[in-house]
Design a protein around this ligand. Structure first.
Ligand code: CMP
Length: 139
């Protein structure tokens, strides 16, 4: 087990619903340390660049619009096994299938408006962290 960094986004739906504090409280109680954070209002182009891996999928257009629809909180989280652990406490992409107590079960409303993003692998985390925090020193 090693200390890792992962990128998370509290998405526009959860920010608009006033859940930033609730979500950070759960992250901190799960021993994640916030290494960097910034509020962003993404342009559609920025959202498309972030989700470039999904270009061509049926939900890409709608996802890019949603992610640029209002403020979002982007954070780099640090901790033991951070990438997998964050995905565990987020729950499945579709909140309808998410386990009780997971962030998406608690705060997501649909598969698209699913409250929070978390990197899914070390290579993705490296790309996503540098997308929002290009100057952040490496661990
Ligand atoms: P996220 O973990 O941020 O990664 C890609 C996002 O695309 C995902 O969360 C959802 O918000 C969205 N997404 C994935 N699959 C679908 C789908 N089938 N329909 C609509 N949106 C989706």
């Amino acid at each position: 087990m090693s200390v890792e960094r992962t990128l998370t986004i509290i998405k526009p739906d959860a920010v608009a619903a006033g859940h930033i504090g609730d979500i950070i409280k759960i992250l901190e109680s799960n021993k994640f340390v916030i290494a960097a954070a910034r509020m962003v209002s993404l342009s559609k182009k920025q959202a498309e660049g972030f989700y470039a891996v999904h270009r061509g999928k049926p939900f890409f257009e709608s996802l890019s619009k949603f992610m640029s629809s209002g403020p979002a909180l982007v954070m780099v989280l640090e901790g033991e096994n951070a990438i997998a652990r964050l995905r565990e406490i987020m729950g499945t992409t579709n909140p309808a299938n998410a386990a009780p107590g997971t962030l998406r079960k608690l705060y997501a409303t649909t598969i698209e408006h699913n409250a929070i993003h978390g990197s899914d692998a070390p290579e993705t985390a490296a790309f996503e962290i540098s997308y929002f925090f290009p100057g952040l020193e490496l661990l």
